[in-house]
Design a protein around this ligand. Structure first.
Ligand code: VKK
Length: 519
């Protein structure tokens, strides 16, 4: 039965490639597996479930999702994709794809249920040991995010989470335990995931816990949208620096790994070809990635931010600047999905934008009624493949070609509860999306960008934060009632791509094939 399904998918895939020639892209255009990672990406809260199992405590997300009205479909991550019980099956799926890396995150509340105020939980440690060992056994490099949005709820209650400098101590305490317990086997660490997006979702527009915001960015019971995002951001930057210094001083030499940070790297284009919209693009960019990477790599916030925010933007003390300078990072992780048009809001009137409005810009997905790219199942995410090359080349230049990994890129299918696996497995749009972005990534690499890996978000359909289970990003479909995993066409495509066998389908002409194998 499973065999039949696989054959059927393979047939569909061949037809897709023949008819649409979707991918001139092939594995041989990238550096060899010894120097380039191809993997899939996940985060603990989005796939694990088991929210009260193994003596885990409640995280901020457990508490938030259990409140009415926070998640669009009223769901939560209590069970999610049940990866807590099915991790071996999921690792086998990845192995069958032929990836050489897997990016996942560690649930803080599994390792330290009470943060630094309690004990290390052996069950949590055992869970991640089992995952790491199973991955290594199959030749898959663990690529670990220490913090991907979920913190022990107690830290939120005690001192307000990321709003307090206290969090720096807790985060350092947690990371130190991760390095000590897992660092003998984990060689790739990300301190955090998308702090630049998280600070806004948590404290500017209030979509994520603790749901803080104020007018005009949103209407929340608590918060101050013009101050709190930058306080949280400041604590995140200092927490990153602290954790990198812990790794450098106590582990890196002995363990021989690398440490970086993953940021949300949206790309922006001017709505009109005018100076004011071009300046708006520069502001939008500055308030996105450079908000975090300028302090971490160059030592201070970007000038555009200081100019607009003035004293609202915290200052780094001399001591902090010294620490930033001494730590920095080994590599940059870019999460890239889409591109937006940007319109100036300083010299022209605008509606309030709860994502980019703090940069005095409005981001849009259409120009004169024409969408910026092909639409996807996620509202606001469009298929704009050239944005990948633009973003990579921009940050190559800004950060002196720091080694870079594309830590996330992927495509969402929209769904509703009456749809079944069959409705999702013929996902040629995802194949087009991924092969398009990979094509532009190859172009950036050819132009000298030091890109060392690419991770698809995601291996499985998962809990997509405030969208709940509606947006399906998986290469494998998950039936959340039975937890059955079914490969989509894109999974078969990725497998063929990683094998290098797409080339033989693409190039019927023998000499080109010859060229590929000898180059
Ligand atoms: O980029 C985002 C999230 C965007 C968003 C969320 C909720 C909204 O309401 C609007 C946008 O996160 C990255 O992209 C993925 C796919 O989304 C997430 O599942 C990952 O966890 C995250 O690192």
């Amino acid at each position: 039965m499973a065999r039949e399904a696989a054959l059927w998918l393979l047939l569909l895939l061949s037809a897709h490639l023949l008819l649409r020639r979707a991918s001139a892209i092939h594995r041989g255009q990238f550096p060899p597996p010894t120097s380039f990672l191809f993997g899939t990406s996940t985060a603990a809260y989005q796939i694990e479930g088991g929210y009260l199992e193994g003596k885990k405590s409640l995280s901020n997300w457990d508490v938030y999702t259990h409140k009415q009205g926070t998640i669009e479909d009223g769901s939560n991550g209590d069970i999610a994709a049940d990866h807590y019980h099915r991790y071996m099956e999921d690792i086998e799926l990845m192995h069958s794809l032929g990836v050489n890396s897997y990016r996942f995150s560690i649930a803080w509340a599994r390792i330290l249920p009470r943060g630094r105020f309690g004990h290390v939980n052996p069950d949590g440690v055992a869970f991640y040991n089992a995952i790491i060992n199973a991955l290594l056994h199959k030749g898959i490099q663990p690529f670990v995010t220490i913090f991907h949005y979920d913190i022990p709820h107690e830290l939120e209650e005690r001192y307000g989470g990321w709003l307090s400098p206290e969090i720096q101590k807790d985060f350092g305490y947690f990371a130190n335990i991760c390095f000590r317990l897992f660092g003998d086997r984990v060689k790739f660490w990300l301190t955090m995931n998308q702090p630049n997006l998280l600070a806004k979702f948590s404290y500017l527009n209030g979509w994520f816990p603790p749901g803080h915001c104020s007018e005009p960015f949103g209407n929340c019971a608590f918060g101050n949208s013009s101050i709190e995002p930058y306080i949280a951001g400041h604590n995140m930057i200092l927490s990153h620096a602290n954790v990198v210094s812990i790794y450098r001083n106590n582990y890196q030499e002995r363990q021989g790994g690398y440490i970086g940070i993953a940021v949300s790297a949206r790309w922006y284009e001017p709505l009109r070809n005018t100076t004011i919209d071009q300046l708006a693009v520069e502001r939008a960019i500055s308030f996105n990635v450079p908000w975090f990477l300028d302090p971490i790599i160059l030592g201070d916030y970007p000038a555009e931010m200081r100019k607009i925010l003035g004293p609202t933007l915290p200052e780094f003390t001399l001591k902090q600047k010294k620490k930033l300078h001494a730590t920095k990072l080994d590599f940059i992780g870019l999460n890239h999905y889409s591109t937006w048009y940007v319109k100036d809001c300083i010299f022209s009137p605008c509606e309030m934008d709860p994502m980019d409005g703090d940069a005095r810009v409005l981001s849009l997905v259409e120009r004169d009624g024409v969408p910026i790219g092909k639409e996807t199942g996620a509202p606001f995410f469009y298929d704009v493949p050239h944005g990948m090359e633009k973003a990579v080349m921009y940050y190559k230049q800004r950060y002196n070609n720091t080694p870079t990994y594309i830590t996330e890129n992927g495509y969402a299918q929209a769904s509703n509860s009456s749809m079944t696996a069959k409705d999702f497995t013929g996902d040629t749009e995802r194949i087009d999306y991924i092969s398009g972005y990979l094509t532009y990534l190859v172009s950036a690499i050819r132009k000298g960008a030091d890109v060392r890996g690419y991770f698809v978000w995601s291996i499985l359909d998962d809990f997509e934060w405030t969208s709940g289970y509606k947006d399906r990003f998986g290469l494998y479909h998950v039936d959340f009632k039975t937890q059955k995993r079914t490969p989509k066409l894109s999974a078969e495509w990725f497998r063929e791509f990683l094998k290098g066998s797409l080339v033989s389908r693409e190039f019927q002409n023998g000499s080109q094939l010859q060229q590929y194998y000898t180059s």
